[in-house]
Design a protein around this ligand. Structure first.
Ligand code: 5AD
Ligand code: SF4
Length: 440
């Protein structure tokens, strides 16, 4: 048999792109490709891109520029762009960067084998449709390319919310939920391969409404059914919108032991005026009450969030309202960004805040969020947590895993092996991770 062709995939952006990259590797695996870590050995390079903020797309174009010498050294090399920049830019990518052979959007990558054959034959191929068929049903069920005790599983894709700043409704399309049985089948497959923790993914994951026995199932019901799978020990989900946080899901945080006490619940701003301009369809007060109900159900719940500063029209008082909300909630982790106008979104038409003002606000917000994150981590010292070990850490003999609160925890102990869940006593807190010893 001919030697396998080599595929190199570089993934940008969110966890769904990580999941998609694995599926693309499997789809091309069926065409005889093997994944490599070395781009210079590849016969096919795919950049799986993110379009959420300006710099992300620019990074893709500069990365493509850097691939030029590889293409010069190997005329058989084929280069493809996948993901949300591919969806948004389409053929424009080929005009701007002639060395690109293939452009495929997030909803059509199950067609990669046919596209690959076309580009091998010397054609250029573009597919950014939103097809009728379910791509997941057209992907091979070959062994996973990555073997780890943790895995992502896409259950929902797309978004109908149309926040005024966001490209996702345009790049990923309308909200679609995968049917219950297919999700459960994939979860069982993963567990058979040694996976002990699954993170359910969706741009609006808590709006999940999949066809299941007896009608439509919400996310809480899906989680409870999944929790019945023997060998699956931990369930997480991301990303949620505050308006879709239903009672049953809040309750599940209180009484479903396999559901981990960590929730990513973006609010974006603490100012009602800005929330309205963002089309978030809730107030700061409603968000705070929701957080209260979640913490009533699960007092140790660790919250994480996303924030945008410098949204068009944001005055100092609006920004102060965001700071006040952050102080009131107390986040364990958070991601904050300077607003960037995305072409085609409603907010892109509005006059922005001066860049130096936005930059200064971002600094203040990040200082506060970092302080909160450090305090939460410091508060873990002396406590016992449960850690699912994943892989070797930086230092020899060390393993790293995640606690139930999603903190990275390093432990040096022969009993710390990948796939094992153990009680660990936290002894130290570093900038981005914790250290501990096995608790006996
Ligand atoms: N500018 C800055 N941040 C953005 N996000 C989404 N769109 C933009 C934008 N145009 C942030 C939001 C979202 C996260 C994934 O990225 O905070 O929750
Ligand atoms: Fe974008 Fe808003 Fe949808 Fe999140 S909920 S993907 S921020 S439009």
């Amino acid at each position: 048999m001919a030697e396998a062709r080599k595929l190199y995939i570089k993934t940008y952006g969110c966890q769904m792109n990580v999941y998609d990259s694995e599926r693309m590797a499997e789809a091309l695996g069926a065409s005889g490709y093997e994944v490599t870590d070395a781009p210079e050995q590849a016969d096919m390079i795919l950049l799986n891109t993110c379009h959420i903020r300006e710099k992300a797309a620019e990074k893709v174009y500069s990365e493509l520029g850097r691939l030029k010498p590889l293409k010069a050294a190997n005329p058989d090399l084929r280069i493809g762009v996948a993901g949300c920049v591919a969806q948004a830019e389409g053929e424009e990518i080929m005009r701007r960067q002639p060395l690109v052979d293939l452009v495929v959007g997030p909803q059509t990558y199950h067609r990669l084998p046919a596209m690959e054959a076309a580009v091998r034959a010397g054609e250029r191929a573009v597919d950014t449709e939103f097809p009728q068929e379910d791509k997941f049903e057209h992907l091979p069920r070959t062994p996973r390319t990555r073997r780890a005790p943790v895995a992502f599983l896409t259950v929902q894709e797309g978004c109908d919310k149309f926040c005024a700043f966001c490209v996702v409704p345009y790049t990923r399309g309308a909200e679609v939920s995968r049917p219950v049985e297919r999700v459960l089948r994939e979860a069982r497959d993963l567990v058979e391969r040694g996976v002990r923790e699954i993170t359910l993914l969706g741009q609006n994951v808590n709006a999940y409404h999949g066809a299941g026995a007896g009608g439509t199932w919400g996310l809480a019901r899906l989680i409870r059914e999944m929790a019945r799978i023997d060998g699956l020990e931990r369930i997480r989900f991301t990303t949620s919108h505050p308006n879709d946080m239903e009672d049953e899901l809040i309750a599940a945080h209180g009484d479903e032991p396999k559901l981990m006490p960590y929730l990513h619940l973006p609010v974006q701003s603490g100012s009602d005026r800005i929330l309205k301009a963002m089309n978030r369809k809730h107030t700061a007060e409603q968000y705070l009450r929701l957080v209260e109900r979640l913490r009533a159900a699960r007092p140790d719940l660790l919250l994480s969030g996303d924030f945008i500063v410098g949204f068009p029209g944001e005055a100092e008082a609006d920004f102060e309202a965001t700071m006040a909300l952050v102080r009131e909630v107390g986040y364990g982790q958070a991601f904050s960004f300077k607003y960037s106008a995305r072409p085609g979104t409603p907010a892109a038409e509005r006059a922005g805040v001066p860049d130096e003002v936005a930059a200064e606000r971002l600094q203040r917000l990040q200082a506060l969020l970092t302080e909160q994150q450090r305090a939460v981590q410091q508060g873990m010292v002396g406590r016992e947590v449960s850690v699912l070990f994943e892989k070797p850490g930086r230092l020899p003999g060390q393993m790293v895993g995640k606690s139930e609160y999603l903190h990275a925890v390093h432990v040096a102990d022969p009993l710390a092996v990948p796939g094992r869940i153990a009680r660990v006593r936290i002894t130290q807190s570093g900038p981005n991770s914790l250290g501990g010893v096995m608790a006996t």
